[in-house]
Design a binder for this molecule. Structure first.
Ligand code: GLA
Length: 384
């Protein structure tokens, strides 16, 4: 048993202890009806296989939803309900209901939860940077608000959440720090502070830096700089999250170099937001900057009824290559999480152009695993 397998067993023990009240059938990794292994089973012992879930799915009693979440995935991440605008909508108001429900579901299913995300320039409530008069807050006030937010959220889920995306998307494509309000008001040290506050709130929680476009060499260097600077001052950092909103033209050689480079820094690699759009890009590949937007164009929405077999095959071929890389580096990759449960729910249907029909995920609109899932399960089983 290698160190990774030992830690997986340790996590299993912790999660099982946490859900010892629950009938064992609820957390069992059941095989599908046809007896083939699920993704959760196939990747067990390699890395966690996760999905980002929305609140509707968390609260659903529809067996199709309940079963696919439980059977196919060993890890969950909240798509939105732990982001500051949802969990901390007003300065003096936290709304824990949805996040609590997600954590409870994961415990019931014996799944590992990642908290997402503590500090990000997007989906932040308006009040965060404003004082009572609507003026920009001072540096001291913003540090205190950031600390209060991180402390409240992390300590509520102490012992229940394995790790946190502490800072999300702090880098520009050129590898320099993004001039967010946190950066402008506090300075570059906001990153170290955020990691320190999170560590103080739950010393046992793992802490991650998460970003998109991590196959880009400049961003790769930027992320490495963040890791080194955190370590230099003694801050805990356990892993780098490579969001992985990939496209058919993502350079997989560079992508793999990033996995290797992060591992060489002594941190774990998490694939945190995997999806592969099959739709044409309006102009080039824009990575995943949420602020990018185009007006609807019919010719950019070619597969409204179904995905043609040739496109589905292209997607399978791409995912087989990608999961080949993940399995090759399974000793450093801790988790691979799809950003969404089914094709119908993916943010890619609305970004970077609203109103399209995309097919970026592992589970189709009927809650069935897509053909590429069989292919990656086969790949994983061959390596067992
Ligand atoms: C980024 C964030 C995610 C999500 C996606 C778009 O990748 O990290 O939380 O918001 O954008 O949905």
């Amino acid at each position: 048993m290698n160190i990774k397998q030992i830690s997986i067993v340790a996590i299993a023990v912790v999660t099982l202890t946490a859900c010892s009240q629950v009938p064992s059938t609820q957390s069992a990794q059941t095989a599908t009806d046809n007896g083939k292994p699920t993704m959760r089973q196939a990747f067990d012992g390699k890395f966690l296989l996760g999905a980002a879930v929305n609140v509707r799915q968390v609260k659903s009693t529809d067996p199709k939803v309940v079963n696919v979440i439980r059977d196919q995935f060993s890890a969950l991440v909240p798509e939105n309900c732990m982001k500051p605008e949802e969990i901390h909508p007003k300065k003096d108001l936290y709304d824990w209901r949805d996040a609590d429900a997600l954590v409870e579901l994961a415990q019931k299913n014996g799944q590992v939860v990642t908290g997402h995300c503590l500090v990000w320039h997007s989906q932040l409530p308006y009040w965060f940077f404003k004082d009572d008069l609507g003026q920009q807050v001072t540096k001291e006030e913003l540090i205190s608000r950031m600390k209060e937010h991180i402390t409240a959220v992390v300590s509520r889920y102490k012992g229940k959440i394995k790790g946190w995306d502490v800072v999300n998307e702090a880098l520009l494509d050129n590898g320099e720090l993004r001039p967010t309000q946190f950066y402008r008001i506090i300075g570059p040290e906001y990153i170290k502070m955020a990691f320190q506050f999170a560590h103080e709130a739950d010393p046992d929680a793992e802490l991650y830096y998460n970003d998109y476009g991590m196959d880009n060499p400049s961003k790769r260097e930027g992320a490495i700089r963040i890791v080194r600077e955190l370590k230099e001052v003694g801050c805990r950092i356990d892993g780098i999250g490579m969001q992985s909103h990939v496209a058919f033209d993502t350079n997989l050689d560079e992508y793999e170099k990033s996995i290797e480079a992060y591992a060489a820094e002594g941190v774990k690699v998490m694939v945190t937001e995997l999806d592969l759009s099959v739709l044409p890009w309006p102009q080039g590949n824009y990575g995943a900057a949420v602020e990018t937007n185009f007006e609807y164009m019919k010719e950019m929405n070619p597969y409204t009824d179904s995905l043609p077999a040739a496109k589905a095959q292209e997607q399978t071929d791409f995912f087989v290559k990608l999961f080949g890389i993940y399995l090759k580096h399974a000793d450093v990759i801790d988790r691979v999480t799809f950003w969404g449960l089914t094709d119908a729910d993916s943010w890619k249907n609305g970004w970077p152009m609203p109103g399209r029909t995309d097919y970026p995920l592992a589970i189709d609109r009927n809650y069935q695993p897509k053909p590429f899932v069989d292919a990656i399960i086969k790949l994983a089983m061959e390596e067992k």
